[in-house]
Design a protein around this ligand. Structure first.
Ligand SMILES: Cc1ncc(C[n+]2csc(CCOP(=O)(O)OP(=O)(O)O)c2C)c(N)n1
Length: 247
């Protein structure tokens, strides 16, 4: 039985190490997520043609180039994609080769993120903490985007970007302190669980209100530009955020 943040933390650590060892050995895992990390990279519907994806309301085209659209007359905004369903780079896309050390660090962080999420989610379902949101299925976008940034870049998260904070050095203990609102919590227990924030990690505190982080990020970006700083602001939001007026 897990009672507090310290025992949960020990539990998370004890689960991550065997998973990483097992991953290096063979892809067929028995453990916390048997095989899921590998299956999750396959498209949900393998019958869908490579060039589009079945999305609620109609098919969305995949495109190999990223473009900013100020407005679109197209009925459906295309989806930028770099890797195909087999994990191979799609012809014509731009990709950056990372060193093996960085690739392993990224993978370790993705596994740690998924393991931490599972355990905190279960702790929430057991009533040990009042609230939790996972980044399930968003591990790569968390870690890859974090790895592409520098520490001077300011993060304006929604609530599924704990991997970015993990990458920046927020420890498992820091996450546990916040979720349990103990006396070591950065936010002094004034926020809901999973509403992390850290000046040290240039990570603006999560707000429950959907999409309010978007204008904040735009303001911060403008300020960085006016100050001629070599940094950017990055924000994250889900498709649900696009129906809010702030966007
Ligand atoms: C301003 C505001 N309106 C409504 C809500 C209630 N709400 C919480 S999560 C959510 C859905 C958000 O969907 P999405 O942005 O796609 O993110 P997801 O959780 O699906 O990753 C809504 C509407 C809210 N938190 N804030």
């Amino acid at each position: 039985m897990m009672k507090n943040s310290t025992t949960i933390l020990t539990y998370i650590k004890s689960r991550i190490t065997p998973l990483l060892v097992a991953d290096r050995r063979k892809p067929n895992l028995t453990g916390l997520h048997p095989g899921r990390r590998f299956n999750s990279t396959t498209a949900a519907n393998p019958s869908v043609h490579d060039q589009d994806i079945d999305f609620p309301g109609g098919n969305v085209k995949f495109v190999p180039h990223m473009r900013f659209l100020s407005e679109s007359t197209q009925e459906r905004i295309p989806c930028y994609r770099v890797l195909d369903d087999n994990g191979d780079t799609i012809l014509g896309t731009q990709s950056v080769q990372v060193s093996e050390d960085v690739a392993v660090k990224m993978y370790n962080n993705m596994v740690a993120l998924q393991t931490m999420d599972t355990i905190f989610y279960e702790a929430q379902r057991q009533g040990r903490i009042s609230f939790y949101v996972t980044a399930n299925g968003e591990e790569a976008i968390n870690i890859a985007s974090a790895a592409a940034l520098s520490m001077d870049d300011v993060i304006f998260p929604q609530y599924r970007e704990q991997g970015v904070l993990l990458w920046r050095g927020f420890t498992l203990q820091d996450f546990a302190n916040q979720c349990f609102s103990n006396k070591f919590d950065n936010g002094k227990g004034r926020q809901m669980p999973a509403h992390y924030g850290s000046n040290k990690h240039n990570y603006v505190t999560v707000a429950s209100t959907i999409a309010t982080q978007i204008p904040h990020a735009v303001g911060a970006a403008y300020s960085l530009k006016m100050d001629k700083k070599d940094a950017c602001a990055i924000t994250y939001f889900g498709d649900g955020g696009s129906s809010e007026i702030e966007l």
